[in-house]
Write a protein that binds this ligand. Structure first.
Ligand code: E4P
Length: 216
């Protein structure tokens, strides 16, 4: 499973990239809005300097023409930019138009299996089912991942399932078990992937035993 970080923070991206296992980045308007003293374009350029894998740049427009215009601007930033469009009627048209030109598109805000089917038909590179937001309203986010995986496998769609809105490590575990192609994860959860009390206690004991046997 590929690992993307879900942030527009340069510090977090640098920290995650330094781990050596980061495959890409997703941003969105809310994440960019948290960053002070920068523009979306400037920040995307900075991110693409650090990460050479796919970097999702979301449009603000909700109409087809506006989406195309913004996509054109974002694509000038770097060759690894992926255009992120909302999974709406206009977004679907945008996905088809851009994918036909060879542009990679990430279809975001996907909440039901038919949205995923439609964007795959339109040639999306990525589809982003938001599992945490479904769990928030007492629906089963993981079930959505499983259904999309099955639909894509039934028909051989190449669109990658990018599990988004991940809130905790169990989401990541279940995404990997369900066959998600990518998980986009906040830095806090990336750190939790390496955490276990038995690892910490075991390491402490190893070092204590060693020091007792070989005092310096
Ligand atoms: C995905 O691309 C989105 O940026 C993100 O995962 C949304 O997550 P949230 O529900 O925690 O805002």
């Amino acid at each position: 499973m590929d690992l993307y970080i879900d942030t527009a923070s340069l510090n977090e991206i640098k920290e995650a990239a330094a781990l050596g296992v980061l495959d890409g980045v997703t941003t969105n308007p809310s994440l960019i809005a948290k960053e002070q003293g920068t523009t979306y374009a400037k920040r995307l350029a900075e991110i693409c300097e650090i990460v050479k894998g796919p970097v999702s740049a979301e449009v603000i427009s909700t109409d087809f023409a506006g989406m195309m215009k913004e996509a054109e601007q974002h694509l000038k930033i770097a060759s690894n930019i992926v255009i992120k469009l909302p999974t709406t009627i206009d977004g679907l048209k945008g996905c088809k138009a851009l994918s036909d030109k060879g542009v990679k598109v990430n279809m975001t805000l996907c909440f039901q299996p038919l949205q995923a089917l439609m964007v795959a038909k339109a040639g999306a590179f990525l589809v982003s089912p938001f599992i945490g937001r479904l769990d928030d309203i007492a629906e089963d986010g993981m079930e959505l991942i499983q259904k999309i995986r099955q639909i894509y496998d039934n028909y051989g769609y190449q669109t990658k399932v990018l599990a988004a809105s991940i809130r905790h490590p169990m989401h990541m575990v279940n995404c990997a078990l369900a066959g998600a192609d990518v998980a986009t994860v906040p830095m806090s959860v990336i750190k939790q992937t390496l955490s276990h009390p038995l690892t910490d206690n075991g390491l402490k004991k190893f070092l204590e035993d060693y020091k007792k046997a070989f005092p310096s």
